[in-house]
Design a binder for this molecule. Sequence first.
Ligand SMILES: [Zn+2]
Length: 334
Amino acid sequence: MKQNNINIYLTLDYELFLLKPGNNIDFSLINPTFDLVKVLNKYQFKAIFFVDAGYLYALNKYKDKYLNIEKDYTKIINQLKILESQGHEIGLHVHPHWEDCFYNGDEWKVNLNRFKLSDFTKEEARDIFNKYYKNLQFHFINKIISYRSGGWCLEPFSFIRESMKDNGIFIDSTVVPGASYKSKTHSYDYRLFPKKDIWRFNHEPSIIDELGYFIEVPCTPHKLTQIYFWKKLLNIFHNKFKQTPNGEAIKPSIFGLFKKLIFKTVDAVSIDAQKSDFLLNTFKIVEKDQKYNFCIIGHPKCFTSDTYKNLDDFIVYIINKGYTLTTFSKSLSK
Ligand SMILES: [Zn+2]
């Protein structure tokens, strides 16, 4: 039986893909989400959905003008309401680049020049956060208490601290301890953050404060070996993915890819496509280390048949060990 109690969270970034937002959201968002929930419902397990409120805001802006946008908007809101009614939890996810995107009647024109909140002024960032939160919370009965920043870019935290507090959001789940990345769009460095699986903080998420208002539930890190990226590269060349995910993330730079092929990469434990192969083994390590929290990430746009199979295997394992999946609202309090 289990040696200690581990809170296991399955957290999904509910969003479109970035570079080429699909015109068919059934394919990239709605269906993979329902397929995931089918697996979870078999076991009565609940997940946390970090909803990209920037995307919802953009849909809302154009829905009165374009019938297909209105359809997308309605489909998404309906799905999210079903998820809430089934006991899944809704969190706030902010991708502010939607401020600069527009719909031309045919497709989304995406501009990533201002990809993260720190690409805006502090006042703009605060207004975007408040606006997105209000627009998202409007649709749900339960209070939103958690946040994840877009592209893992949480800092400077001072840009959003007051907004989070004002809106009663006291949980952040953005940090991947040990990870760092810098590109034209992204910028984060969590190498000097606490190597813990949960902590409280007040002003800076990197500084533990036992009496702080905020709780950090970091995404559980693990080391992806170079072999993973070499395999991925080979797969790209041979075009023999078992199944290509529907979504597309921002590709790393040549230098970024080169680094991944040479050094071990710190990555968040994930159920996306082939990354889901590592889920169970990483959990077994955490279990042995007597950790108390295990936070898995995923993106419906990146799900493949591997995702559902590996998740199912993982769930069978944790059930046998007496664990369950839990949500923030059930396991954490202010
Ligand atoms: Zn995202």
